[in-house]
Design a protein around this ligand. Structure first.
Ligand code: SF4
Length: 344
């Protein structure tokens, strides 16, 4: 059975034509999928004969919800979903003044091996399909009963390591006949796969780009982010400058502050020197501690100090707002906890 959440409108048109139906049926079907329908029987404008044909070979699969943790402080919810093959992925729903935001995963696991991250501890299992990324959004809309206005691809996985499906995901969710989310409603975060940054500027100049920086010296970054050995700062920073020149869009540098590792005065100086004058914004994140990694957070007070220092010297910076403080936990931890339970 094929899950139709994985098809673009033009791919649905091919399917519909192959079933002997007129092309406009695809638009109807596509519209229903993005209204969250999972049964062809609920699609009132489709003829019975077509519905029967669809039921023979297709489904619209929701993900199985394993756990949800909800914050009583701000309504943030962390979801753990099970995919059809048993793998689990995490997604987070957050309410902001400007609308609802969902952070989705792009891979099951991650091969990038960042030393402070729970998601990469077990390596990469597999890429997610566009349909599985779409499902995280649609199923969160169903579970919360609220629309999603902004999508952040910053959960488990390196999105640029799954570029093909990431692109399909963005284009499908952008389609005005379906979810109709504007290109500026997406933010994609990469740890710095340089060749894909140039490609992304070509393909998606309107989509927001965030770079997981986390250290501002070659040595320091290579020590916590293996990707820096393939694409060092000396290559990454010029690529980001090229991106901003081409798109005229401000990039966000994500910087998770780890006590004694990247929060010392010399680290702040290196960070300032690295990004000064760039069309950028630095987002300081007090590290979410993962017991397996042994890293200790620099804390919010130190994050605020560094933020003030950068701002004083003309680098736009913020400390990431703490969402769902009472259900706090690093990205990837729900999934890790679940896999341990499964192994035990
Ligand atoms: S921080 Fe991102 S890129 Fe690095 S291991 Fe974790 S999920 Fe992968």
């Amino acid at each position: 059975m094929e899950n139709l959440r994985n098809r673009s409108l033009s791919e649905l048109e091919e399917l519909v034509l192959s079933m002997g139906q007129p092309k406009f049926r695809a638009k109807q079907l596509f519209g229903w999928i993005y209204k969250g329908k999972t049964s062809f029987r609920e699609m009132h404008n489709l003829p019975e004969v077509f519905v029967k044909k669809l039921e023979e070979s297709c489904t619209i699969d929701a993900l199985e919800l394993v756990t949800v943790k909800e914050s009583s402080l701000d309504g943030t919810r962390k979801f753990l979903f099970r995919l059809a093959d048993g793998n689990a992925v995490e997604s987070v729903f957050m309410r902001y003044k400007y609308g609802n935001s969902v952070c989705i995963s792009s891979q099951a696991g991650c091969r990038m091996g960042c030393a402070f991250c729970a998601s990469g501890l077990d390596g990469l299992v597999r890429n997610l399909t566009a349909g599985e990324m779409i499902s995280q959004v649609l199923d969160i809309e169903r579970e919360t009963g609220e629309p999603v206005n902004h999508i952040v691809v910053m959960g488990t996985g390196e999105p640029f390591d799954n570029y093909h499906e990431l692109s399909r995901f963005i284009r499908i969710m952008n389609d005005k006949n379906g979810a109709n989310l504007g290109m500026r409603s997406f933010t994609v975060s990469t740890c710095g796969l340089v060749p894909k940054i140039a490609r992304f500027a070509e393909d998606f100049p309107q989509v927001n780009l965030a770079i997981s920086l986390h250290a501002a010296t070659e040595e320091g970054r290579s020590a916590i982010m293996p990707v820096n050995r393939s694409y060092p700062l000396s290559v990454l920073i010029p690529a980001v400058k090229e991106y901003t020149n081409k798109t005229n869009r401000r990039v966000t540098f994500e910087f998770a502050l780890i006590h004694g590792v990247n929060d010392r005065d010399e680290d702040v100086e290196a960070l300032y020197k690295l990004v000064k004058g760039m069309l950028c914004h630095v987002n300081l994140i007090p590290l979410n501690e993962v017991s397996e990694t042994g890293f200790v957070t620099a804390g919010r007070a130190r994050a605020r100090e560094i933020c003030e220092e950068l701002e004083r010297r003309g680098v736009p910076a913020t400390v990431r707002r703490q969402m769902g403080a009472d259900i706090d936990g690093a990205c990837g931890q729900l999934r890790l906890e679940n896999s341990k339970k499964t192994v035990e």
